[in-house]
Design a binder for this molecule. Structure first.
Ligand code: FES
Ligand code: FES
Length: 170
């Protein structure tokens, strides 16, 4: 069936099997392989993308269900090619990733949180990433990265995450 999505600010069309998942469609049809497929049954959060700004597990959705929606993948969070978002930069600085498998989902969950609130509490951060499992168990540095990014965004008065997404065309 034909679907039309806005992915990272760009209108995209596809022709997919009705039962094809969104994660497989993003990876195979649109070649956006930054969205990872882990458990593929809704547990790990590796497949997290933003659907109209809200984190969703793309392994639990059919691509057909996303027809007409705006999707942000990890490829869409940087302000320009070769640059990193404030959140991505913070993950690098605090060593908030080890193997990196969970990282795209973690970063998208963090972007959604920082879009909702400029000053998240420690508990807010834990709640925001509670659906994302890190098999390397680097949670301490991940939480630190999100706190660091929030602090930087507040101090620099930089555009908050969604603004960067809107300006990205891929
Ligand atoms: S791959 Fe979707 S939740 Fe694990
Ligand atoms: S950094 Fe390895 S799964 Fe999180």
């Amino acid at each position: 069936m034909k679907i039309e999505l806005t992915i990272n600010g760009v209108r995209r069309t596809g022709d997919v099997e009705p039962r094809k998942t969104l994660v497989d469609t993003l990876r195979e049809d649109f070649l956006l392989t930054g969205t990872h497929a882990g458990c593929e049954h809704g547990v790990c959060g590796a497949c997290t993308v933003l659907l109209n700004g809200e984190p969703v597990r793309s392994c639990l959705m059919f691509a057909a269900q996303a027809d007409g929606y705006e999707i942000t993948t990890i490829e869409g969070v940087a302000p320009a090619p070769g640059e990193m978002s404030v959140v991505q930069d913070a993950f690098c600085e605090t060593h908030g990733l080890q193997c990196g498998f969970c990282t795209p989902g973690m970063i998208l969950s963090a972007h959604a949180l920082l879009e909702r609130t400029q000053s998240p509490s420690h508990e807010d951060i834990l709640e925001a990433i509670s659906g994302n499992i890190c098999r390397c168990t680097g949670y301490g540095q991940i939480v630190e990265a999100i706190e660091f990014a929030a602090d930087r965004l507040r101090k620099s008065n930089a555009p908050r995450p969604a603004a960067a997404v809107e300006g990205t065309a891929k």
